[in-house]
Design a protein around this ligand. Structure first.
Ligand SMILES: O=C(O)[C@@H](CO)OP(=O)(O)O
Length: 249
């Protein structure tokens, strides 16, 4: 049996303040650090061990991975970072409070920006200091590929080459992989793995730092997927993520 564990980062400072984050490189909150350590403990107690891990270029995911590997006593394993696993780029919404945005533009519009398949928020202007083309960490990425905003569809289009060329083929020679990324980049991967329709994907929300396990047979067909943890707690935390775009949470 082969396994890929998908893990959303622990709570970030902007998750705590309920702000659209996207490619903004915010740190984990104190609660996020605790959540990340707990995810590592949960994986260890369930007998998980990893041969290789990958994550995004954003510190909330990188640090979550570090805490998880520390709890597993596996800080030594190879880790690959890629911009392709970054969160969906939220364009000009980045930094805005989600409830206040819902009060201004309506909950339906905010839901469309957050969870529709192919509608992106307005793009950052070329001169905006948040334009990724001005960030040295993306210097090796062709400018044409750097987003100024993204729909889920756009995010999937840049995640998938990495999934198909690097992550998934690694399963042919390794049995246990860990991917620590973000709510929407992971929703894109899950959509692909579980063949979720463009419409139904709007109902999928991921709680922070809950390991989501995918098991494959030796021919790499998906046989089983499940969250690790208390189902009732996971349900409540998932519902809370869905409600972040409401005027009052
Ligand atoms: O703001 C963001 O970048 C994401 C993840 O935190 O939020 P949402 O759940 O609204 O897509």
């Amino acid at each position: 049996m082969k396994r890929i564990v998908l893990l959303r980062h622990g709570e970030s400072l902007w998750n705590q303040e309920n702000r659209f984050t996207g490619w903004t490189d915010v740190d984990l909150s104190e609660k996020g650090v605790v959540e990340a350590c707990k995810a590592g403990d949960t994986l260890r107690e369930a007998g998980f061990s990893f041969e290789i891990a990958c994550t995004s270029y954003l510190k909330r995911a990188i640090k979550t991975l570090d805490y998880v590997l520390d709890r597993l006593n596996e800080s030594w394993i190879p880790v690959e970072k890629t911009w392709r696993l970054n969160e969906k780029h939220y364009g000009i919404l980045q930094g805005l409070n989600k409830s206040e945005t819902a009060a201004q533009y309506g909950e339906e519009q905010v839901h469309t920006w957050r969870r529709s398949y192919d509608i992106a928020p307005a793009a950052l202007g070329e001169d905006d200091s948040r334009n990724p083309s001005k960030d040295i960490r993306y210097a090796d990425v062709p400018d044409m590929e750097l987003p100024r905003t993204e729909s889920l569809k756009d995010a999937i289009e840049r995640v998938m080459p990495y999934w198909k060329c690097i992550i998934f083929p690694t399963l042919t020679c390794k049995d246990n992989l860990l991917v620590v990324a973000h709510g929407n980049s992971l929703r894109g991967i899950i959509k692909h793995l579980k063949e979720i329709s463009d419409t139904d994907i709007s109902n999928l929300n991921l709680p922070t730092a809950v390991p989501y396990v995918f098991e494959f047979d030796n021919r790499l067909a998906l046989v089983k997927d499940y969250f690790l943890g208390d189902p009732e707690e996971i349900r409540k935390r998932t519902e809370a993520v869905a409600k972040q775009g409401m005027t009052k949470q």
